[in-house]
Structure formats: structure tokens, C-alpha cells
Design a protein around this ligand. Structure first.
Ligand code: SF4
Length: 483
């Protein structure tokens, strides 16, 4: 296994996007603080593109938002309009050329595009565009969206977005900056989230509501499936760019990805996770001395579990919040320490006690196994693992990196076998029904593909995650460059 164990085995959101139109403000500064709030959605690269009404400028970098932007970089970004992006790579590598927003030349001047999600027809589209003479600079499917918008801009920005949406398939929430307006749109199944609202005398969009608070913004509503938001000097308006048959909201946003202080579709993420813990306690009770969360994401569910069972809640591990992906790679011996780089146990809380360990998900089971061993080594008498995500048996093709099917623990083993593999005394998962009821929305409102294999956007036969990445031969180092 490469990496530090913890990072390698967590499901990873692909990206976070924001867009701002704020007359009289330095949009780059607002974008910086908004992006800071979306850092959890991607830690490999970040970027901000701005416009002063006539020209678009973009600054990009590898690393965290706070590592890339400082006063001198923000000073190079004048204007009252901005789009921003935080990225974790699932398709395409973590190179600077894959950072976003992607800046391209068009008939209306430079434009910048920021995308969260994954296209499932990117291979065909890329081949088709290359056959027609298009030259790609990056390895991401996001550049396909940018190229299609550029090709259609002679129709006008709104029609260019609609024409693009008719060609691309999969999951997407996209923010586009032209010299004089901001557009944002969401796929017709509404898989990835996108919220629209106000900031100062202007308007903004963001992947999550938590991006509004640091800049004094007020989220108003989710952008609907297939809808486009147009923001310019005339205000903010919405249009149905392509028809939508249903909404298939990513259930994993509720279980793990989105920040707990965000609200989605009118539901508090923190409260939803508490209710998942309550429901888990009803479905999978356990007898123990204390309920222990895997910090930080397991905390609300552990509180809910404790409330229903009456078993006291105790924190028994402290998470080092300042370990992120960095340019300093751990050495081999540190890699073997795995989860210890991230979690420090409090032996006094653990020794001689039986524990209910509450976590959000099991992907390959590497991390859970390491945590259980850590607790055993600290003298835990018994460990009952309870998980708020139903068993993950199928890969995600819509922008969440959670390994190929062959690596998913629940695809290869029975629940008893996983319990044995991770060294737990018992293992229990929340049901799909239980998770949806805890969120307070019907099952039909969600994408549940990674749990039940029913993909809301049909995935072509034989498509693997690797097939979403273009051949090197499909790339060129020539042509327009991002940023
Ligand atoms: S497959 Fe799972 S992780 Fe992917 S969008 Fe659907 S619910 Fe979310």
C-alpha cells in the first residue's frame, strides 16, 4: 500500500466549486475564504479565476488553499466576479495541468471552468473532439466540459451551457466564468450538490452551504437537477437547461463527505448523522462499557448511538487535524505505522473496557483494521464496530474515489468475514432504508449505486475507473493551457 494508510482508505470527494458575483468587492478574497471552507472536498490542488467585467485571470497551485494563495497572489486577481475550485484527483493525476479552474480562449474572450463530478462518456467525447482537431492540455474530464462550452459559445453563454449539457453524461456541478457573467449548472440527475444564494449586494453558488458563512453569504436553495443559474449585472436567474426525470442525490454526502455544519436539501448534516447513529443503535445494538467515535466524522453518529442505548459516550482517540496531504512523503517505516500518524489513543479511556466503535464507512477495511488493532494494543477488552454507511459493494463512477470493486471489502467478503478480517468482536452496518430514513428523505431521492448497484446514469459495460482516464496518446502538450 502506498500513502499513509488513513488517506488511502477513505472515500474521497473529487472536488469543491464556488462562484461569486459581488459588485464592489474583491471577489478573489471572498473566493479564498469560501474555498477554505471547502478544503475537505479536495486537498491536492486549488485555483481561483476572476473577472473585472472584461478580462479573466486565473491562479492555480498544488496543495492546500492556504499554501497556494497569499496577499501577493490575490493581488494578481482583480475583479468582482470569481470561480474557485479545490481538487482531489480521481481521473487524471495530481499534476498542475489538471488543477482547476480551467482557463480557455473563446469567442467572448477568456473563460474559466470549475467542475465537481465525473463524466461517464468522457472517453468517447474526448476521442470525438480530438478527431475534430481539438487539442487537450489536461487529463481530466473537466477539460471536455470546458472545450464543449467554448465550441458552443457563438450560441450565447446560456445556450452554450445547454448544448454542453446535452452531450455530457454522468455527475457534474460546474461553475463557469465569462468576462461579464457567471453561470453554474448541475447534471439532470442532481447527483453532486450545488447551492445558490446571496452575498453582500451580489450572489454566489457553492458545493455546500458551509462555503457561504465565512463571507457573510446566505444560501437560498439547491440548484435543481438540469438547471442552470445565470448571474450578471441584471441579477440571478434560473432556467431549466435540460429536462430532468428524477433527482438522485449522493447519499454519501450525508454519510461522510459534506461538512457537518452544512445543510443539504433542507437537512442539517450533523443532525442527519446523529439520527443515523440512533437508527444504527436500533438496528445493530451492542452491549459495551462505552461508545467511542472514530474522530471526527464518527462523532455525531456515536452521540446518537449513545443516546439510544444509554451507553456512555467517550472520546478515546484524538485526531491530528493538521496532518493533510503534504509534499513531504512519509518514509517506509512511517507508512507502516499507518493510522498512528493520524490518530492518538488515550489509553486510560480504553484499557480494560468493552467498546462500541462508531465510524462512517468501510471501503477496503485497511483503516478499520488498523484502528481496531490500535485499540486492542491499548487493552480494549472487546470491540464492536458499528458503521453508518451500508456495505459498499460497487464502485462509484460519479466523482467519489472509493477503489475498484475488487478492492471493496464488502464486495469480496461476508460481514462475518470482514469482522474477522478487521479483528472485531462484532460488526454491524446501517441498512440503506435506515440511512435514508435518518436523512428524512425517501430512498427514491438518492443515488444508492455504491450500495445496491443501481446506477442512476447507466454505466457502459466494462467501464472501470481506469477507463475514465485518457490514454497518454490522446493528449497533447500543445494548445491552450489552464491558467
Ligand atoms: S455511487 Fe455512492 S458515492 Fe457515488 S454518487 Fe452514488 S451514492 Fe454517492
Amino acid at each position: 500500500m502506498s500513502g499513509d494508510g488513513w488517506h488511502e482508505d477513505r472515500p474521497k470527494e473529487e472536488c469543491g466549486v464556488i462562484g461569486l458575483f459581488s459588485p464592489g468587492s474583491e471577489a478573489s478574497r471572498l473566493a479564498f475564504f469560501s474555498l477554505y471552507a471547502l478544503q475537505h472536498r479536495g486537498q491536492e490542488s486549488a485555483g481561483i479565476a476572476v473577472s473585472d467585467g472584461s478580462q479573466v485571470h486565473t491562479e492555480l497551485g498544488l496543495g492546500l488553499v492556504g499554501q497556494i494563495f497569499d496577499e501577493s497572489v490575490l493581488a494578481r486577481l482583480p475583479g468582482h466576479m470569481a470561480v474557485g475550485h479545490t481538487r482531489y484527483s480521481t481521473t487524471g493525476g495530481s499534476e498542475l495541468r489538471n488543477a482547476q479552474p480551467i482557463q480557455c480562449t473563446s469567442v467572448v474572450g477568456e473563460i474559466a471552468v470549475a467542475h465537481n463530478g465525473n463524466l461517464i462518456n468522457s472517453r468517447e467525447l474526448r476521442a470525438e473532439l480530438i478527431a475534430e482537431g481539438e487539442v487537450f492540455n489536461a487529463t481530466t474530464d473537466s477539460e471536455i466540459i470546458a472545450r464543449l462550452i467554448v465550441r458552443n459559445l457563438h450560441l450565447g453563454p446560456e445556450n452554450a451551457v445547454a448544448a454542453t449539457m446535452r452531450r455530457i453524461e454522468g455527475a457534474y456541478a460546474v461553475a463557469v466564468l465569462t468576462p461579464d457573467r457567471l453561470l453554474a449548472f448541475r447534471d439532470p440527475n442532481g447527483i453532486r450538490p450545488l447551492v445558490a444564494g446571496e452575498v453582500g449586494d451580489g450572489w454566489m453558488v457553492a458545493s455546500e452551504t458551509c462555503a457561504f458563512w465565512p463571507v457573510g453569504g446566505v444560501p437560498r436553495r439547491q440548484v435543481g437537477p438540469g438547471e442552470v443559474v445565470i448571474i450578471d449585472g441584471r441579477g440571478m436567474r434560473f432556467a431549466q437547461a435540460v429536462p430532468s426525470q428524477r433527482e438522485a442525490r449522493c447519499l454519501f454526502e450525508f454519510i461522510y463527505f459534506a461538512r457537518p455544519d452544512s445543510r443539504m436539501y433542507g437537512t442539517s448534516l450533523y443532525r442527519a448523522r446523529e439520527r443515523m447513529g440512533e437508527r444504527l443503535a436500533q438496528e445493530q445494538p451492542a452491549d459495551a462499557d462505552i461508545v467511542v467515535p472514530v474522530p471526527d466524522s464518527g462523532i455525531p453518529a456515536a452521540l446518537g448511538f449513545s443516546r439510544v442505548t444509554g451507553i456512555p459516550y467517550h472520546e478515546a482517540m484524538i485526531k491530528n487535524r493538521y496532518i493533510h496531504r503534504t509534499f513531504i512523503q512519509p518514509d517506509q517505516r512511517m507508512r507502516e505505522l499507518g493510522v498512528q500518524m493520524k490518530l492518538a489513543p488515550m489509553i486510560e479511556e480504553i484499557e480494560g473496557r468493552s467498546l462500541v466503535l462508531v465510524d462512517d464507512s468501510i471501503v477496503r477495511a485497511t483503516t478499520t483494521r488498523q484502528i481496531v488493532k490500535l485499540l486492542r494494543d491499548c487493552g480494549a477488552r472487546s470491540i464492536h464496530v458499528r458503521i453508518t454507511a451500508p456495505p459498499i459493494r460497487h464502485p462509484c463512477f460519479y466523482g467519489i474515489d472509493m477503489s475498484s470493486r475488487g478492492e471493496l471489502a464488502a464486495a469480496a467478503m461476508t460481514i462475518d468475514e470482514i469482522a474477522c478480517h478487521i479483528g472485531a468482536d462484532s460488526l454491524g452496518y446501517l441498512t440503506i432504508e435506515g440511512a435514508c430514513e435518518a436523512v428524512g428523505q425517501p430512498m427514491s431521492a438518492f443515488c444508492l449505486a455504491c450500495f445496491n448497484g443501481n446506477y442512476p446514469v447507466p454505466v457502459p459495460d466494462g467501464l472501470s475507473k481506469d477507463a475514465l482516464v485518457p490514454d497518454v496518446g490522446q493528449l497533447s502538450t500543445l494548445g491552450p493551457r489552464a491558467g
